[in-house]
Design a protein around this ligand. Structure first.
Ligand SMILES: [Fe+2]
Length: 225
């Protein structure tokens, strides 16, 4: 029987957000001010999301791991420190693209792209470590009810704007079953207007086939319960 996985859905969202942003930075026309601004804005919100994600893991997950099995979150916590340094450097490089002009701007944009590519690679490897090594600790030390309680505390700590951003990337990244389960939980726990707003956030990013499956899936949730 599958165990409660704290990482699976949010990591799918972050993988999509990273891949999309890496592609956007790679194709960015640095001489088109509107495109440059939009791309760097997406990059900066990705960097904010990655920083906050690591902070949430430190606060809610690593602290719990350390409490049950001292030392078990040290390696992954140290990796977050290295990530923070990389995120700071990526911010500085984005500012450099903003501040440069002409040929130096194109050079700065390529350097930013190369570093972002490496950081994405490191982050993908790090997330795999969390989903295997760290999950093994969590599954050995906690029941699924305890992990669900940690998940509820994490969700409660996220404000409305950030939740919309999470849903924007998470919704198109999940399987139809996972997507229906996510929205079924939102339907059950969130106020109706919040639930409907988040559905509208997701809709433009779903293929018609996936949207239809979602509408059918959430309608079926109460029947299946
Ligand atoms: Fe992490």
């Amino acid at each position: 029987m599958a165990r409660f996985d704290l990482y699976a859905s949010i990591h799918k969202a972050l993988r999509s957000f990273m891949a999309d942003t890496l592609g956007a930075v790679g194709r960015m026309d640095v001489d088109d001010a509107a495109e440059r601004d939009a791309t760097l804005q997406q990059l900066r919100s990705l960097l904010d999301a990655l920083e906050h994600h690591a902070q949430i893991e430190d606060e809610f997950i690593h602290a719990a791991m350390q409490a049950r099995r001292p030392g078990s979150a040290e390696e992954t916590g140290a990796e977050h420190e290295r990530q923070r340094a990389a995120l700071r450097e990526l911010r500085r490089q984005a500012d450099e693209v903003d501040g440069a002009a002409g040929a130096p701007r194109a050079v700065a944009a390529h350097a930013l792209y190369q570093h972002l590519s490496l950081s994405v690679a490191e982050n993908l490897a790090h997330m795999h470590e969390e989903e295997t090594v760290d999950n093994a600790v969590l599954w050995a030390e906690f029941t699924d009810d305890e992990l669900a309680a940690i998940h509820d505390r994490i969700v409660a700590s996220i404000d409305a704007q950030e939740m919309a951003q999470v849903i924007r990337w998470m919704a198109p990244s999940l399987t139809p079953y996972e997507r229906s389960t996510l929205f079924g939980a939102l339907q059950a726990k969130a106020p109706a207007e919040v639930f409907h707003r988040l559905l509208e956030v997701a809709r433009p990013h779903l293929a018609p086939r996936d949207w239809n499956k979602l509408v059918f899936g959430i309608a079926a949730v109460p029947l299946a319960a």
